[in-house]
Write a protein that binds this ligand. Structure first.
Ligand SMILES: [Zn+2]
Length: 65
């Protein structure tokens, strides 16, 4: 598994289909073969980062998920 954002491999599983990149501190959730990336803000809310990426970069398989 690698992070689509930083290409880091320091990814931990935090839920059934949720992962966390300890390198760039973003949350990754796996849905229908696709990754969704979110940044966790200081107040605990999530901001999506998906619009920063091309659809192909978020394919789960392409990132080893
Ligand atoms: Zn990362």
């Amino acid at each position: 598994m690698k992070c689509p954002n930083c290409s880091g491999k320091n990814i931990g599983k935090i839920g059934a289909s949720q992962y966390y990149c300890w390198n760039c501190f973003i949350e990754l959730s796996l849905e229908n073969g696709r990754l969704s990336l979110s940044q966790v803000e200081e107040d605990g809310t999530l901001t999506t980062l998906d619009d920063l990426f091309e659809a192909k970069d978020l394919e789960a398989k392409a990132n080893g998920f």
